[in-house]
Design a protein around this ligand. Sequence first.
Ligand SMILES: C[S@@+](CC[C@H](N)C(=O)[O-])C[C@H]1O[C@@H](n2cnc3c(N)ncnc32)[C@H](O)[C@@H]1O
Length: 248
Amino acid sequence: MFDNKLHTMILSSDGSYTAFSKEYDEHYHSTKDGALYESLIKHVYPAFKIKENLDEINILDICFGLGFNTLATLLYHKQNSLTSKIKIYSPELDASLVKSLNEFTFPQEFQEFKHIIEAIVEEGVYEDENFYVEVFLGDAREYVKRFENKFDIVYQDAFSPSSNPTLWTKEYFSDIQRGIKDDGVVTTYSIALATRLALYENGFNIYINSGEGFRKATLASNSKLQGFELVDMEHKISCNPNAVPLRD
Ligand SMILES: C[S@@+](CC[C@H](N)C(=O)[O-])C[C@H]1O[C@@H](n2cnc3c(N)ncnc32)[C@H](O)[C@@H]1O
C-alpha cells in the first residue's frame, strides 16, 4: 500500500497514477495533462527531438520523485530502438518516498522496467549495457554542484516555484549552467516569467514547448534551437520592468 501520512496515490487524466504530496500540498504531475503524458510531452519528447543522435546522453533528472521522467526516458529509448547509452543522474530528498516505490501502481508501459525500479529502491543505482541510473538521496542543491560540463539534458521538474523556491533561483540555475554542456537543453513545465528570467540571466536562450493537448512549457538552451519558438525576453522584460528572478 503506497498511501501514507505524506502521500496519496491519485488517478490522472491519461489513466496513469500520480501522487499528491501532503507536505507540499501539490501533485507530482499535472492530473489534467496526465502523469505519463506530461513526462513524455514536457520533458522526454522535446529533449530527444534535440538530442536523439548522440552515442551517450547524460541526463540530470531534477528530482526523481516517482521516477516518471527517468522511466519515460527508458521507455522512449526502447520504443524508438535508440542505440545511445543513457546515463541518468537524479537527486531526491525524500528517501522514504523512493523506498516505497515498490508499492506504487506504475503505468503498464513501465512494467518492463520493474527490475530497474527494484534496483533503485534497494541499491539506489541500476546499470546494464544501455542504461545507467543513479538516484542520490539528498539535497539537489548540493548534488548539482558536483558536475561541470556534463549534461546533455536537464529535466527541471521540482515542485512549483511557490512551494519549493530553492530549486528555481538564479543561483540554483547558475549551478545548472555550470553542469550542463554548451549545447545542452533544460526542459521544464514552468512558464513563469521569474523562472525564465532566472534561466535567461544565466545565459540561456528561452523557447516555448507547445503542441496539441497540453499546456505550454519552457525549453532553455545555450545554443540556438530549430523547431521551437524563441521567447523575446528583452520584450518581456520591457513589458514587465518589475519582474525579477527568485534569489537564494
Ligand atoms: C514534482 S516532484 C518530482 C516528480 C518526478 N520528476 C516524477 O516524474 O515523478 C518533486 C520532488 O522533489 C523532491 N524535492 C524537494 N526538494 C528537494 C531537494 N532540495 N532536493 C532533492 N529533491 C527535492 C520532492 O521530494 C519531490 O519528490
